[in-house]
Structures are given as structure tokens and as C-alpha cells.
Write a protein that binds this ligand. Structure first.
Ligand code: AMP
Length: 381
């Protein structure tokens, strides 16, 4: 009997635990809050990720450890890795935690990135804005996610406001300035690498964000095979270079046929939730197979799929459950503004059927704006 330990007890841990049940796996989840939603399906150790006593208890009760949350302190991951197998390895985690290290690593591997500069002071920010040009985005180097810790600089006059918003973070988590990419599409490669180096990617996914938070994902993305092959090659090079084990997502901006890497998520990813019903093997199942050293499952799609995120509160499930290809995921969380509380996946055999289902669901839930860009993409010739 194998017990998989998961650091972080949110919906990703919850879906990992659910998908691990058929493999006969047991789970232990560690989180700093007692009502973490994965705790509804797995026993928990409640404690801070820096609390060595809690980490020691966690380590003593698991055979292998992994993450639902990438901002676990790198020292805690290393401490744990000295006692139990930890996948992905702490180095991959550390790189993904630092937007500058991440971008530097991408560049070193020949993966194009948007222009980027470090910023330590207000004068430094002015110089960086001059060098990179506007529009651009000031971001915290660490601890940013879902558009948090970001400030968009539309013109040079916004520099003071940007510094007022994030300047205090400079000594704590560092700041970087990035050129704003006027992308046509946001894409992600969700892929998995096994302990033996075997690599598989799911079909490319197109993503739409609202206020920096994922709103909808469509798979397969409607892109040329050459572009998809390039995106997957980037992901593979990254995973091999980091000796990565498990699932990860590489987020890319696509502009004029170029792919620019935005970020590496060192874990199962929101843009891969559609794989639960839309592919032969889900990202959650394959992540577990990778970390415990089982053969990886096939990542081919079954039809096409669109995932809609529910942010803040759950809508009425019925509109989705009535659909032939409708699937509902309620994370069992309390509603709260901006919080990811659930998602739905609609699956169909062809684009037209999927677009029609999306239009019905959008109209029934008053979410026309959320489904509109996906329907538009599906309707393109
Ligand atoms: P991030 O937390 O870096 O993934 O950013 C969240 C979202 O903000 C991305 O998915 C994009 O929609 C947008 N964004 C972040 N960085 C850039 C950029 N350099 N250019 C354009 N949009 C960006």
C-alpha cells in the first residue's frame, strides 16, 4: 500500500486523491488551514510549511511526496527531499517559484520569452520602462499567481502608480518588468514526464483569462501542427533539463506565429482539468503514475472539450448536467470573491455540437460572455 503525500490541500490535491483511488493509493495532505477542500477526501496534517515538527510527521507517514501548491518554501521541499522521495524535485520547484530564474532558464534552453528586466528601485523601474517600452507589466518575482502581484503600465506616466502598488514588495520578493505581449492566443502545453524519462503531452490547450484568472480552456487548440510540435518540443526540453517528474504546464503566448513562454507551473494545472473527461488518461492520474513510477497512460483526446471555471460561487449545476457531454466539479469550498470554487467540462464529438452545448449553458447560466470567445473560435472556418 502506497501513501502519496501532497503539500497543499486545494482542489488540485482533491482531484489527485479522487483519481488515485482506483490505483489503490492512499493520501496524506498537508495544509496550513484545517478546512482545505482536499481534507474532505484524504486525511490531513494541519501545519505551516515551515513547521519542522509538522513536516516530520508528514514525512513519516508518506512513501512519496508531491505538490498541489508551488509556493511551498524551497527549504521545506529540500528538507523533505532528504527524508522521502519528492517529485517534482526541489530544483524544478525553486526555478518555477521565481519568475526571473524561470525566464532565464527558458532563454538558456532556447525557448523565446518576452523582454524582461529586474527592478529594485523606482529609478530602476524608470530605466527598465525606457528600455522595454510601454505597455509593460510590473510583476513580483515570487509568490505571484493568477494575475496577483502585477501592475500594468500603459504609459510612462503610470510608473509612479506602479511603484506605489508594488514598490514595497521589491526588498521582500523582488520585482521584474516584462514587455506586454499583444498575443493573439494564450496556449498551454500540459505534459508529464515519468521517473524513467518517458514524456507525454496532451493536445495543446487554448486558454482565456479574465483579470489574470483562467476563465475557459479549449482542447484541442486549433493551431497548425507545426506550432503544436514546437510548443511540445519546448516543454520536453524544459522537462528533460530539469529532470522533471510529474505533470507540469508550460504557458505560452502566441503572436504572429511566435511562441513566447510566460510561465512554468510545476504541478497539475487548471488548463488541464478537461483531461478528466476529455482524454484517455487524466493529468491527475498520470501525475500519480509518474511520481510512484507506474507506466504513463495515453494522453490522446476523446472528442473535444471545453472547461469553464467557476469563480467566486457555484452556478446552478442543472444546465450542465442536462448536457450529454456535461460534467460538473464542485470543489466543496465556501464561496468567496475571486476564489476558484469549481469547474464544468463540456465534451462533444465535433466542434459544432460543442459550440451548441456551450451556447445553451452560457444562456441558462447568464454566462454568455464566458463562453463567447470559445464559441467564436469553434465557429472559425
Ligand atoms: P501570470 O500570472 O504571469 O500567468 O499572468 C496572468 C495572465 O496575465 C496571463 O495569463 C496573461 O493573460 C496576462 N499576462 C501576464 N504577463 C503578460 C505579458 N507579458 N503580456 C501580456 N499579458 C500578460
Amino acid at each position: 500500500m502506497t501513501t502519496v503525500g501532497i503539500l497543499g490541500g486545494g482542489q488540485l490535491a482533491r482531484m489527485l486523491a479522487l483519481s488515485g483511488a482506483p490505483l489503490g493509493l492512499r493520501f496524506l495532505v498537508m495544509d496550513n488551514v484545517a478546512d482545505a477542500c482536499a481534507g474532505q477526501f484524504a486525511p490531513m496534517v494541519v501545519g505551516d510549511y515551515r513547521d519542522q515538527a509538522a513536516l516530520a510527521e508528514f514525512a513519516s507517514r508518506v512513501d512519496v511526496a508531491t505538490f498541489d501548491f508551488e509556493n511551498v518554501p524551497a527549504e521545506s521541499a529540500q528538507w523533505l527531499a532528504a527524508r522521502v522521495d519528492v517529485f517534482p524535485n526541489p530544483r524544478a520547484l525553486a526555478i518555477a517559484q521565481d519568475r526571473l530564474a524561470e525566464k532565464t532558464h527558458f532563454r538558456d534552453l532556447g525557448i523565446p520569452v518576452p523582454p524582461v528586466a529586474t527592478v529594485d528601485t523606482l529609478d530602476g523601474l524608470r530605466a527598465a520602462v525606457d528600455a522595454i517600452g510601454t505597455p509593460c507589466i510590473l510583476k513580483t518575482r515570487r509568490l505571484g499567481y493568477d494575475g496577483k502581484g502585477q501592475f500594468r503600465i500603459r504609459e510612462a506616466a503610470d510608473v509612479d502608480a506602479a511603484w506605489a502598488a508594488l514598490g514595497a514588495q521589491a526588498p521582500k520578493v523582488g520585482l521584474i518588468l516584462e514587455g506586454f505581449v499583444a498575443f493573439e492566443r494564450e496556449l498551454s502545453v500540459v505534459a508529464v514526464r515519468g521517473r524513467d524519462g518517458e514524456f507525454r503531452a496532451w493536445p495543446l490547450t487554448e486558454n482565456w483569462h479574465v483579470d489574470g484568472v483562467l476563465s475557459a480552456s479549449l482542447a484541442p487548440a486549433r493551431v497548425e501542427p507545426e506550432l503544436e510540435a514546437r510548443a511540445v518540443a519546448h516543454a520536453r526540453r524544459l522537462a528533460d533539463a530539469l529532470d522533471y517528474v510529474g505533470v507540469f504546464a508550460l504557458e505560452l503566448f502566441c503572436r504572429d506565429g511566435d511562441l513566447l513562454a510566460n510561465e512554468l507551473a510545476p504541478r497539475v494545472h487548471n488548463s488541464g482539468h478537461w483531461t478528466i473527461e476529455g482524454s484517455e488518461t487524466s493529468q491527475f492520474q498520470n501525475h500519480l503514475r509518474a511520481v510512484i513510477g507506474l507506466p504513463l497512460g495515453d494522453t490522446r483526446m476523446v472528442g473535444r472539450a471545453c472547461m469553464l471555471n467557476w469563480i467566486g460561487e457555484m452556478p446552478d449545476a442543472r444546465a450542465v448536467l442536462k448536457e450529454a457531454g456535461g460534467h460538473w466539479h464542485d470543489y466543496g469550498k465556501e464561496p468567496r470573491a475571486g476564489r476558484k470554487v469549481g469547474h464544468a467540462t463540456l465534451r462533444a464529438d465535433d466542434d459544432r455540437t460543442l459550440a451548441e452545448a456551450l451556447l445553451r449553458v452560457g444562456a441558462a447560466l447568464g454566462r454568455e460572455a464566458q463562453v463567447a470567445p470559445v464559441v467564436e473560435r469553434l465557429s472559425e472556418a
